[in-house]
Design a binder for this molecule. Sequence first.
Ligand code: BYC
Length: 324
Amino acid sequence: MSSTAIDPRATADDEGRAAFDAIIAADGRIEPRDWMPDDYRKTLIRQVSQHAHSEIIGMQPEANWISRAPSLKRKAILMAKVQDEAGHGLYLYSAAETLGASRDSMVEALIEGKAKYSSIFNYPTKQWADVGAIGWLVDGAAIMNQVPLCRASYAPYGRAMVRVCKEESFHQRQGFEILLSLANGTPAQKAMAQEAVDRFYAPALMMFGPPDDASPNSTQSMEWHIKRFSNDDLRQRFVGMIAEQVKVLGLTLPDPELRFDEDSKKWIHKELDWVEFMDVIKGNGPCNAQRLERRREAHEDGAWVREAAAAYAAKQSKKMQEIA
Ligand code: BYC
C-alpha cells in the first residue's frame, strides 16, 4: 500500500473510537457488537471474570455450614443463598463471554490458580455466626460496590448486576437477622456473634480493594464509567452504613478509632493491614489452597455433565443440519 493510500481498517477504527468516545461522554451504554478499545475489553474481561470467580468460590465458606445450620429453616435459607451465588457466577461468566472470553479459558485460569477472586473468601468460617457476619458484612460490602456497577457502561455487565443486587440485598438482610437473633440470645450466642464480627470486619473493609493511591486500575475504569466510585469512596460509605447498623445489633465494631470527622467529612477507621491483603491475593491466605482444591474437585466431578451437554448439543446441531 502506498503511503498516501487510505487504510480502510484505520478509518473504521477511527470511526469506532469516535462513536465509543461519544457514547461514554453521553453516559450511554456499550453493547457487545459495538466497537470498543482493546484495553476497555481487557479491563472488563479482567473485572467481570474475577467477579464471576468470586461468586463461585464464595459459595464455599457458607456451604461449609449447610449441614450444620441450627434449624431446618436456616438450612433452607442458606441453601437458597448459596445457590443464588452460583447463579450470579453464571450470569457473570455469560457477560464475560459476550466480550470474547471463552468459559473454558476463564475456568482454567481459576483452577490453575492464575486468576484472582475476592480476598474475603480466603478466610475460614469457624462457627455458625460467621454465616451471619458474611451476610451482613460481606454481602453488605458487595452491594455497596455493586449497586453503582448496575450503571456500568458495558451493558451486559450492568444488566447482570441489577439482578445480582436484588438477590444480594436479601442476602444481607438474612445475615443481619442471623446476627440479631444471636445478639438477642444467650450470652454465649451474643459472644459468638461478636467474635464473628470482630474477625470479618477488617477483611470486609479490604474487599473494596487497595487505597486509591495504590489502585492502578481505578482512574481509567472510572473514566470509562465501569467503576463509578473509587475504592476508598465506597469503603467510606460502607463504614458509615455499618457504624449505624451495628448499634441496632447491640454489638460493636472492633475499631475503637472509628469516628466521623466533621472537618474532612470522612470516617476515620483503623489502619488496614495491606501487607496481609497482598499476601492473600497472591494466594497465601489461610484458605486459598483449600478453596482451589475444592473447586478443582468440583470441576472434575462435573466433567460428565459437560460431556453429556456437549454431546447433546452436537446431536441437536447434526439433526438441524439434516433438516436444513
Ligand atoms: N480481592 O486497581 P485495583 C460476593 C486486585 S462476590 C482480590 O483497585 P480494580 C459474594 C485487583 O483485581 C463480590 N483482588 O483494581 C459471593 C487488581 O489486580 P489485577 C466480588 C483484589 O479492578 C459469594 C489489584 O488488586 N465483587 O459478593 O479497579 C458469597 C489492584 O486493584 C481485591 C466484585 O468482584 C480484592 N478484594 O478494583 C457472598 C466486584 N481488590 O486484576 C458474597 C467487581 C483489588 O490488576 N469488582 N484486587 O491483577 C470490582 O469492583 C473491582 O474489580 C475491585 C478492584 C473494586 C474489586
